[in-house]
Design a protein around this ligand. Structure first.
Ligand code: ZN
Length: 229
């Protein structure tokens, strides 16, 4: 136990932090009262201040497509494809010159499906908004399944339909290859990794795991759940 702890300490000293992949969900002027919703929301003011703090610490904000690269860097990502990513996050990040990735759950486009964690609210991005983002050089679009299931509870065939279905649908909409995938709830198993490999995603991400250290390039990549206090 002690040896493990010392080993980990030596590893950290010899492998400084190279970068952080931030996981965000919604950007909202006013955050929800319910805790499970509030945790998914940051205000534009808080996000801007956080970005400026990291810039002052010497971090560069880079696109997911430029990884792996020398740090310190931050990659900003949003899961699910909320409309506020287009209306609030996009203008802010454009003004700050910060690249970002949105992982789209394709059934949320035009609110074909309701995000059940926000009952009664139509929060998904429209097809037109998604197409507008597809032409924005700062924006990378990734897939996040069709229906947002916990992939590790599905059969291999069901997983394949969810993963490949969202990739193909998104590619058809944006007219470009979709190279990145985020596991809903972070949930995945060996089938998930195999399918993503077969579909030739260049990166996959989970919902936890902290920063990336020098020389690390794991699959899936770890992220930092970026929560506003
Ligand atoms: Zn999600």
């Amino acid at each position: 136990m002690i040896i493990n702890r010392i080993g980990r300490k030596i590893y950290k000293l010899t492998h400084p932090v190279e970068g952080e992949i931030w996981m965000l969900h919604r950007v909202a002027e006013v955050r929800s009262e319910a805790k499970e919703q509030c945790e998914l929301e940051v205000t534009p003011q808080w996000l801007e201040a956080e970005i400026n703090t990291y810039k002052q610490k010497g971090y560069r904000f880079v696109s997911l497509d430029t990884l792996p690269c020398r740090g310190p860097w931050v990659v900003v990502t949003f899961d699910d494809g909320y409309r506020d990513n287009y209306t609030l996050a996009y203008p802010l990040l454009k003004r700050l010159g910060v690249p970002f990735t949105i992982y789209v759950t394709t059934a949320l486009i035009d609110n074909q499906m309701e995000a059940w964690w926000y009952p009664g609210q139509a929060l998904g991005m429209s097809l037109g908004e998604l197409k507008a983002l597809a032409t924005e050089p700062l924006c990378t679009l990734g897939a996040h399944t069709v229906d947002h299931p916990k992939l590790d509870t599905l059969t291999r065939e069901q997983q394949r339909a969810e993963i490949e279905g969202s990739k193909r649908m998104l590619e058809e909409i944006i007219g470009r290859e979709v190279k990145h995938f985020s596991f809903p709830h972070g949930a995945h198993n060996q089938d998930t990794l195999d399918i993503c490999n077969e579909l030739k995603f260049s990166t996959t991400v989970k919902s936890w795991g902290g920063p990336l250290r020098r020389g690390e390039w794991p699959n899936p990549l770890p992220r930092i759940d970026k929560q506003q206090p």
